[in-house]
Design a protein around this ligand. Structure first.
Ligand SMILES: NC(=O)c1ccc[n+]([C@@H]2O[C@H](COP(=O)([O-])OP(=O)(O)OC[C@H]3O[C@@H](n4cnc5c(N)ncnc54)[C@H](O)[C@@H]3O)[C@@H](O)[C@H]2O)c1
Length: 437
């Protein structure tokens, strides 16, 4: 029996050591799940602060409560380190590092390349590498098979390689990690089988596909589907604005149809590390094959225009009362890209603040989850949401509908409100002061 086939038994008996490279929104919950399932887990990150926090049993990800970390740390089942030499002791290595865009909006797989290179240097037979970072179809096969095989070991014979996209949805309380089916595609049937075995310990359902390329494409389909449908919802919001209709009423009523319609909401623009980024990975790949990804390009154009639309509407609201944006006191409510989390990556709030500031607006913000942000080199600190501050603002612009905000008080105290999320939908008193997207 080869050492790779031997891994099957080590996974089944929970003797396999599980590595997780990149302990962020994706990697930390996965590491905790494997530890809870009884495996010894080693977490690797370049960020010593994260590693130190975990060593003390703390958590820096809202969805992972500190108690969950401390339990597995105290029991010795999860240990985080910045020492990549320990990769050689792992039998299964999950890679969960970022895949952002470069300044020119091309895929930036440099974090993956570095992580894979760290693995290649210590690669030994019998190891299984599972890539979880979202990327374009062909990354695993075209970039990382040659890189790993340059060690002299052969994929599917000496070591395993699979792609298993991550589907985590931060702050979503409806689904536990294990309840969301895991998709897996290996470089060879043995790779798929071993990765499936490993994930069966932590996911209720594992869905296998025939290749790493197919698994990569599954993830891009899922997020492109969202980006395009949000783009449609945003364009319908722009249409309703022209028609003098309430887009939220139209969406809610359409969503009562029990089949053939799926509700997506408009908003101030896309945010987060996934939806604004992932379709661009697919469009970039298709461009290299002379295939223009037209739906993606159109949705991207509409979605990236939304912060400008928000700023135009704010200017319109102020203008009605003969107030210029230049010098106006503008309070942005919420800067995280979605409710009840602290993640501001790609948040439309950053564009809205930048555009308002460029027009001379005196912008402050409040966000119960984000104590400070940096926009174009300027650091803003979250202001308290006092009655005076609300009353003092020329306009309050709601960008994130955090549950912790008392919307009735916001509407009662503020003079003018632009609500891009329909956050004030349940507030009756003072609704004449609220203008909605
Ligand atoms: N955040 C989400 O909701 C989500 C959902 C599904 C998929 N994804 C995908 O998962 C991947 C990771 O996203 P995330 O949100 O967890 O990112 P993150 O920034 O929260 O975490 C990534 C971690 O990797 C570390 N890191 C970077 N390079 C490293 C390296 N070479 N070696 C070791 N550690 C390294 C960083 O310090 C960081 O702690 C991305 O490809 C993303 O598109 C994210």
């Amino acid at each position: 029996m080869s050492r790779l086939e031997d891994l099957r038994q080590r996974i089944e008996s929970r003797e396999a050591v599980i590595g997780v490279v990149g302990l962020g929104y994706v990697g930390l919950p996965l590491a905790v799940e494997f530890a809870k399932a009884g495996y010894a887990v080693k977490g690797f990150d370049l960020d010593a602060k994260k590693v130190d926090a975990l060593a003390e049993g703390g958590s820096y990800i809202e969805d992972v409560v500190p108690g969950q970390v401390s339990e597995v740390v105290v029991e010795g089942r999860l240990r985080a380190t910045t020492d990549f030499a320990e990769l050689s002791r792992c039998d299964v290595i999950n890679v969960c590092v970022p895949t952002p865009l470069t300044k020119t909006k091309d895929p930036d797989v440099s974090h993956m390349a570095k992580a894979l290179d760290d693995i290649r240097k210590r690669l030994r037979s019998g190891q299984l590498i599972i890539l979880g970072s979202t990327t374009y179809p062909g990354t695993t096969h075209e970039l990382f098979v040659p890189m790993l095989e340059s060690s002299g070991l052969r994929v599917g014979v000496d070591f395993g390689l699979a792609f298993a996209p991550e589907r985590i949805d931060p702050a979503n309380k409806n689904f536990k990690v294990r309840e969301v089916p895991k998709v897996v595609g290996g470089e060879t049937p043995l790779c798929t089988e071993l990765a499936t075995k490993a994930f069966e310990a932590v996911f209720d359902r594992v869905v296998s596909v025939s290749s790493t390329q197919s698994a990569e494409m599954v993830k891009l389909l899922e997020n492109t589907f969202r980006a395009i449908n949000i783009g449609l919802a945003n364009e319908v919001a722009l249409m309703c604005d022209r028609l003098g209709l309430d887009v939220w009423e139209v969406m809610d009523a359409a969503a009562t149809k029990p089949y053939g319609f799926m509700k997506f909401l408009p908003g101030p623009g896309l945010g987060g590390h996934c939806i604004p980024v992932d379709p661009t990975y697919l469009a970039w790949k298709m461009k290299s094959l002379n295939f223009p990804a037209r739906f993606i390009e159109l949705a991207t154009e509409i979605n990236t225009h939304m912060p400008q639309h928000v700023v135009d509407k704010v200017a319109e609201i102020l203008n009605e009362d003969r107030i210029a944006v230049n010098g106006a006191r503008i309070l942005v409510l919420g800067v995280a890209y979605k409710p009840d989390i602290s993640d501001t990556r790609e948040s439309p709030a950053l564009d809205v603040i930048r555009l308002l500031t460029e027009r001379g607006g005196e912008v402050s913000y409040h966000d119960p989850h984000v104590p400070e942000i940096e926009v174009e080199g300027t650091t803003y600190k979250s202001a308290d949401l006092s009655d005076d501050r609300l009353a003092d603002a020329d306009v309050v612009v709601i960008i994130t509908d955090h549950a912790a905000v008392d919307w009735a008080r916001v509407v009662a105290r503020a003079g003018r409100i632009f609500d891009t999320r329909n956050a004030t939908r349940n507030v009756a008193a003072g609704r004449e002061k609220v203008r909605k997207l």
